[in-house]
Design a protein around this ligand. Sequence first.
Ligand SMILES: [Zn+2]
Length: 291
Amino acid sequence: MKLARPAHDWPKDGKQRQAIQPVICYPPETLPKPDFGRMAALRQSAAKTAQIIVLPRDARCVEVPAGAFFRILCAEGAQVGDLNLWNAKDFSERFYSGKTRALHGMHLSTGDRLWSGFPHMRPMATIFDDTLDWYGFDEFGGSVHDVIGTRCDPYTGRLLSGGDYHYCCHSNLTRALASHSGLDLHAAEKHVHDVLNVFMCTGFTRDTGQYFMKASPVRAGDYLEFFAEIDLLVGLSACPGGDCSAQHSSDEATCHPLHIEIWDPGEALRKQHQIPETNPYPRTHGVGQTK
Ligand SMILES: [Zn+2]
């Protein structure tokens, strides 16, 4: 909790210091760009090869090969999903929500990429289509598909309310990864990570800077579609918050299933996709260098 008023007086030049113009931390212009023309050609040849139903307050894991597409579909009613991505062959390479936020902003849409953590740091997936791209930012500063929130979890619940709720996205993803991979529950839990909040509408309050959510504008038929840059294991939880208009971490909210559709252009075309190399930084961290 922040203090009601600052403990220190304003300096004489406080206004001037505040008036300094911001600069973008990571101008994205020099990042490797997705090749949308090539992706569109692959997408045109793709057929739907699987449809996975993620039940409310549960999660599923599914493999998506590099060069294929996966679509997260709001199939029945407003529902938020929590997304994890792993390298299908090496779970230590996983989605890095914080760096993705630093590179692309707090909310993602078409053209943004989901980056893996160090030392791999390469695009794992690229957003190919987003039916909510019209939303932009609302009058509260809210927008959709955030990389702000971490995922609802029973540990924070224990601190805030003292009770245990077992069907938070963290636990749903843990159960799904354990059952898919054969890892035991605690080993699987260590691979669950901060998410992309698919369809969730969030921002920070302007006066206190607090993380807020509001009812998702998603409707049945809306989707967010990704191109798999590398061989992926995709984990998706249908959040117990439903449309996240009021509650999460409980059985209170009305929830709906989400679907994951796999759209595959076939092995021959998939093989034409050039999988991004892992990050070329040599990992010497200055050892053996002279300044
Ligand atoms: Zn959740």
